[in-house]
Design a protein. Sequence first.
Length: 337
Amino acid sequence: MRHIAGMSDAANPVLSAEPAAMTARAREVIQLNIAALQALEAGLDDSLARACEIILSRPGYVVVTGMGKSGHIGGKIAATLASTGTNAFFVHPAEMSHGDLGMLRKDVTLLAISNSGESRELRDPLIYCQREGIPVIGLTQRPASFLGRSSAVCLTMPQVAEACPNGLAPTTSTLMTLALGDALAMVLMDRRGFTAEAFGLHHPGGKLGMSLQSVRDWMGDRPPAPATVPLTATFAEVVSAITEGRKGATAVLADDGTLAGIVTDGDIRRAFSRDLNGLTAADVMSPRPKVIGPDARMSDAVDLMTQNRIATLLVVEAERPVAIVHIAELMQAGYVG
């Protein structure tokens, strides 16, 4: 049997089934990961800044590639780049050798990941990039490797022990790769001035993405007109408007069409303790309702409703109501847990 550096023919002792022993081993793995990240941080130089400048100077995509575990990490790095303002996608290196090299246009940047820097599947893409003048950013532990020598910038990780007792399963090395990819993505994000609103455009799904959407996004291009009544509307007309609007409220308008107040289901219930004869919208409305603009974030709308314990919120533009948000709708859509 051919020996591999760091390996022994002797079998590793089987870990005890005692919970304390397993917990201790888990802590050892985490400590090795912490030490690896500390070594990575201590060894950072201006190569990351140079890599960022290359990416920022190129109009095309960042194409990320890597084999095996490096590929799995590369897919996550590509996704992080894409969601934070740097157009990126992952391509399997073996697929590149069978036609997908066509994805490497002359305006792209290749981010190639290999711990050893000698993955044979990377050779064809690297040779292609050399021939076509496409800059390569290499991410490896071995800058003297084929990947390191083929790179315009080599992001070099420190050589630290893997947590695997045989030194084979990528553990600390994959964590460092992920951390360095995150660092690259975050520096690029900051250089671009990428905002939370822009992140929301790239990430509309899920609770985080929904909270970053604007109220206008929630309304859509044709929001249903809110129920409205004039100040002089009778009590019966107010009740009818609330019923037909199906939002538990109606906006009350001044003579010029601007917002004068709101009447909610609660206001109607409270009005029954009074003489209803002759009551108008002006008599039962709340004259200073909570309102929000259409360009505010949905998270602000949710905060406004929960903090003030209100079920309805008027969306107002140019002092005129354009929509009514009801807490039940937000709960159904997942904006509120």
